[in-house]
Structures are given as C-alpha cells and as structure tokens.
Design a binder for this molecule. Structure first.
Ligand code: HEC
Ligand code: HEC
Ligand code: HEC
Ligand code: HEC
Ligand code: HEC
Ligand code: HEC
Ligand code: HEC
Length: 318
C-alpha cells in the first residue's frame, strides 16, 4: 500500500517536474544581434586586437584600451542582448580606424526609449527618472552623471525579478555602486572630489564585510518608495541609516536582518508563475512558491490518507 502511495505521489509530481524542465530550457534564446556584433567583438572583447594597416599593407597588433573591452557572455545575458552595437552607436563605427568626431555623438538615455512606454510600465521608468533627479548624484554632477553610470550599457541585467538568490542580488547591486566607489578611475571620471575608501567610511559597522555581503548600499542610502522595486533616490550622506536598531530591532538579529530580504522575497513571489518556479528550482527548500507549496500540502495530505487507510485495513484484518 505504502509503495502505491509513493508511486501515485511520484506520478502526481511528474507534471511539476516536467513544467520546471520546460521553462528552464526555453529561457535561453539566441540573441538576434549575435552575427552583427561579431565584427565589433572581434576587437572589443580582446586585450590585443589586430587590423590591416592600409598604408603599409601589414597586419598590425595593438593593445586595446581596457575600458573598451567587453565580455560577450555578459552582453548576451543583459537586457539589451538583442541589440546590435550599432543600434546605440553610429554605424560608421564599422569602419576602422574610427572617425574621431564619432566620439562626439550624443547617446540615448534610458528615458528616450523607455519613457512613457506602457510596455515597461511595471518598471516605473518615469518615476525612477524623477527619483533619480532628486538623488545626490544628479544634483552634484549634472550631465556628467547619468543612468548609464550604474547601468552598464554592455552588461546590465535585471536582478530583482529573476531566478537569483538574495545574496546574488545583494552582490550584483552593490557591485554597481562599487564599480565607482571602489574604483578611482571611474570615480574621477565624474568628480574631482577625493574618493574615500568604503571600509573607512563605514568603520562604524562592527563587521563591515559581513554587512556588505548581507545588505545593499541602497538599504541605508535611499528612502524606500513602496511602488518601486529599486529605490533610486540616493540621499545626502547625513541622512544615511546609521542606527543599528533600524535593522537589528527587539527581535533576534537574524529575524530583523531578514526583514528586508522577506520584503524582496514577498515582492518576487508576486511575479509571474514562470519566475516563481525558476526561483524555486534554484533555491531548493526556500519555500517561496505558493503553487508548489499547495501541491506539496496536497501530496502530504494524500500520503497521510494513504497511511490511515493502510492502518484501518491492518486493524480490520487482525
Ligand atoms: C579593428 C578593431 C576594431 C573594430 C572592428 C571595432 N573597433 Fe571600436 N575601437 C577600436 C579601438 C582601437 C578603439 C579605441 C581608439 C579609437 O577610438 O579609435 C575603439 C573605440 C571605440 C569606441 C569609443 C570611442 C571613444 O573614444 O569614445 C566605440 C563606441 C567603438 N569603438 C564602437 C565600435 C563598434 C560599435 C564597432 C562595431 C561596429 C567597433 N567599435 C568595431 C577598435 C575596433
Ligand atoms: C543599449 C545601448 C548600447 C549598446 C547596445 C551598446 N552600447 Fe556601447 N555604449 C553605450 C553608451 C550609453 C555608452 C557611453 C557610456 C558611458 O558614458 O560610460 C557606450 C560606450 C561605449 C564605448 C566607450 C566606453 C567608454 O568608456 O567611453 C565603447 C568602446 C562601446 N560602447 C562599444 C560597444 C560595443 C562593441 C557594443 C556591441 C557589443 C556596444 N557598445 C553596444 C550604449 C550602448
Ligand atoms: C535605444 C533604445 C533603448 C535605450 C537607450 C535603453 N533601452 Fe532598455 N530596452 C529597449 C528595448 C527595445 C528593449 C526590449 C529588448 C527585447 O525585448 O529584447 C529594452 C529592454 C529593457 C529592459 C528589459 C525589459 C523586459 O521586461 O524584458 C530593461 C529593464 C531595460 N531595457 C532597462 C533600460 C535601462 C535601465 C536603460 C538605461 C540605462 C535602457 N534600458 C536604455 C530599448 C532601449
Ligand atoms: C546610482 C546608481 C544608479 C543610477 C544612477 C540609476 N540606477 Fe537604476 N538601478 C540601480 C540599481 C542598483 C538597480 C537594481 C538592479 C536590478 O536588479 O535591476 C537599478 C534598477 C533599475 C531598474 C529596474 C527596476 C525594477 O523594477 O526591477 C530600472 C528600470 C532602472 N534602474 C532605471 C534607471 C533609470 C531610468 C535611471 C536614470 C534616470 C537609473 N536607473 C539610474 C542603480 C542606479
Ligand atoms: C548599514 C548602513 C550602510 C550601508 C549598508 C552602506 N552605507 Fe554608506 N554610509 C552609511 C552612513 C551612516 C554614512 C555616513 C558616514 C559618516 O558621515 O560618517 C555613509 C556614508 C557613505 C558615503 C559618503 C562618504 C563621504 O563621507 O563622502 C558613501 C560614498 C557611501 N556611504 C557609499 C556606500 C556604498 C557604495 C555602499 C555599498 C557598497 C554603502 N555606502 C553601504 C551607511 C551605510
Ligand atoms: C559613476 C560613479 C558612481 C557610481 C556608479 C555611484 N556613485 Fe555614489 N558618488 C559618486 C561620486 C563621484 C560621488 C561624490 C560626490 C561629490 O562629492 O562630488 C558620490 C557620492 C555618493 C554619496 C555621498 C553623497 C554625499 O552626501 O556626499 C553616496 C551616499 C553615494 N554616492 C552612494 C552611492 C550608491 C548607493 C551607489 C549605487 C546605487 C552609487 N553611489 C553609485 C560616484 C558614483
Ligand atoms: C541595513 C541593516 C543593518 C544595519 C543598519 C546594521 N546591521 Fe548589523 N547586520 C545586518 C545584517 C543583514 C546582518 C547579517 C546577518 C547574518 O547573515 O547573519 C548583520 C550582522 C551583524 C552582526 C554579526 C552577527 C553575526 O551573525 O555574526 C553584528 C555584530 C551586527 N550586525 C551589528 C550591527 C551594529 C552594531 C550596527 C550599528 C552600528 C548594525 N549591525 C547595523 C543588518 C544591519
């Protein structure tokens, strides 16, 4: 009897396993821009590039500016993976040496394409734009600082809605800030002020490393907007969260520190079924999926029922 119950449990589970497999397989589609971008990546993914010198007729090898080297892997995981390089850059870049005046071409901003577009309503682009305008970066740096400073045009992906662990989200988000606050070259590109080391600034935190792997910069440096998934209003430093109790309140440290995670999690479970199932597939046992939870409760009930029936039959036999 028990065997039968397990068998029926397995059969009942099959569609769930099948569904998970399907969704995982369908995630990777070949980016439309793949062929077109080969020309650019031929040079812009390498430390050393080569070209034919039209004057001497020789093949020359030169070192590429490291800031102009991009990973195709990261590009094709990004939100704009279907773009050709020349959708954002002038097609005149197909010619090398590039014309000098090309670097004067104005670049599109996120809002040029996404502003007021109902397709992307759930991302609240316009609200993000308003919040960003209020932030310290916008008010201190004006035109030099823009959305692309954090959203790397050649790799940005959305982390809050995918199949990622909270630790991965924290890491990705914090690296967006650290790409400058931990990198003097990039920092100095937008400002003449002195870049202070992050560990010195945050020495008030007892375990700086642990904190930075467990919470995001924006947890302490923004005012949270409930309608948005990612707050964009970076406040002046005087307004940053410093009080330990804001996170470590009367509950246990773990409970209160998990509070913000749960917030993210709760928002994520309200996403599509697709995303939810993918989440579950990666974070085994995290118990976040309502649908799978219901199924497992039903299965548990069936098992109990099976055992009960079994016991009743045994008692009757004796
Ligand atoms: C033969 C190698 C080669 C190819 C192919 C190539 N590039 Fe470049 N690219 C370079 C080098 C070297 C630089 C830096 C020196 C310069 O600006 O000429 C550069 C610079 C750039 C810059 C920065 C210009 C600036 O100074 O702001 C952009 C943007 C760019 N390339 C885009 C492209 C795009 C888009 C393609 C494909 C359509 C492409 N490149 C193909 C070698 C190449
Ligand atoms: C979604 C639009 C977009 C696409 C697609 C795109 N770029 Fe860019 N690219 C930008 C923007 C915006 C900048 C300026 C960023 C900045 O100021 O830091 C830029 C800057 C660059 C630079 C100069 C970097 C610097 O530090 O000044 C190079 C080189 C470059 N892109 C090459 C490429 C290549 C090669 C591809 C294709 C693989 C590509 N881009 C695809 C938007 C794009
Ligand atoms: C040149 C126009 C253009 C610019 C500039 C641009 N985007 Fe996009 N973006 C698009 C298009 C078109 C898509 C849809 C791509 C697709 O479906 O493959 C897209 C997709 C996205 C998505 C994924 C939407 C989804 O649900 O799949 C996000 C997020 C996004 N962009 C954010 C940004 C951000 C942030 C910026 C600025 C830093 C930006 N975009 C700049 C045109 C643009
Ligand atoms: C100081 C850094 C910074 C700047 C500047 C910035 N962003 Fe972001 N943005 C982030 C971070 C961090 C995230 C979270 C990354 C993720 O998971 O998508 C994010 C996420 C987003 C998202 C996805 C939100 C969602 O609902 O998942 C959009 C859309 C976006 N930003 C648009 C913009 C636009 C438009 C601008 C310019 C007006 C901008 N950002 C400027 C840091 C920045
Ligand atoms: C636990 C909360 C917390 C976290 C997490 C946090 N900060 Fe801070 N940060 C603060 C506080 C509080 C200050 C003000 C410190 C002071 O003025 O002495 C500050 C100051 C700063 C300053 C201003 C430095 C100056 O004096 O000019 C920068 C820049 C900064 N933080 C960046 C970051 C970045 C980047 C991250 C993520 C890698 C981050 N912070 C994470 C709380 C935090
Ligand atoms: C492109 C580089 C760059 C990126 C990316 C960046 N910042 Fe900054 N940030 C700066 C610079 C430069 C300043 C210094 C402003 C000044 O005093 O000129 C600054 C200042 C700050 C300050 C101090 C504001 C004050 O009151 O003095 C905070 C806090 C801060 N950034 C947080 C963040 C956070 C959080 C992120 C990621 C979401 C981030 N930054 C991403 C360049 C950057
Ligand atoms: C933005 C929220 C936040 C703030 C503010 C904050 N913490 Fe934390 N703290 C955390 C998180 C999240 C962890 C990681 C919990 C974990 O993973 O075990 C942590 C871990 C710790 C730990 C290590 C606990 C352990 O398991 O080893 C100590 C000690 C600590 N915090 C003390 C403080 C003190 C003291 C302050 C104030 C100066 C402070 N924290 C401010 C969120 C915060």
């Amino acid at each position: 009897m028990i065997k039968k119950v397990f068998l029926s449990m397995f059969i009942l589970l099959l569609p769930v396993l099948y569904l998970q497999g399907q969704l995982l397989v369908n995630m990777e589609d070949e980016p439309a821009s793949f062929e077109a971008n080969k020309l650019c990546f031929d040079c812009h993914s390498k430390k050393i590039y080569s070209f034919e010198n039209e004057v001497t007729g020789r093949i020359e090898r030169r070192a590429m500016n490291p800031n102009f080297v991009y990973s195709p892997d990261e590009f094709y995981q990004g939100v704009h993976r279907h773009f050709s390089c020349t959708d954002c850059h002038s097609p005149a870049y197909e010619v090398f040496p590039h014309q000098a005046e090309l670097r004067l071409e104005p670049m599109y901003s996120c809002l040029d394409c996404h502003g007021g577009d109902p397709t992307y309503e759930s991302y609240h682009f316009d609200l993000i734009g308003e919040e960003y305008e209020k932030s310290v970066h916008a008010s201190k740096h004006d035109e030099n600082f823009n959305c692309w400073m954090c959203h790397n045009p050649h790799s940005y992906r959305v982390m809050t809605r995918g199949n990622f662990r909270v630790s991965e989200i924290v890491n990705y988000h914090n690296n967006m800030c650290a790409s400058c606050h931990d990198n003097s070259d990039r920092f100095q590109r937008v400002s003449d002020s002195l870049k202070l080391p992050l560990d010195k600034i945050h020495s008030f935190l007892p375990n700086y490393k642990l904190h930075f792997s467990a919470v995001r910069c924006i947890e302490c440096h923004t005012s949270v907007e409930d309608t948005m998934w990612v707050a964009h209003n970076i406040l002046p430093k005087e307004m940053a969260v410093r009080k330990c109790v804001e996170c470590h309140s009367s509950n246990t440290i773990l409970m209160s520190s998990l509070y913000k995670y749960q917030n993210i999690e709760a928002r994520r479970t309200r996403g599509t079924l697709n995303a939810v199932i993918l989440n579950e597939a990666y974070v085994i046992g995290a118990n976040r999926n309502v649908y799978l939870n219901i199924i497992s409760i039903v299965l548990f009930g069936l098992t109990l029922l099976g055992i009960l029936v079994h016991i009743i039959f045994r008692i009757k036999k004796h």
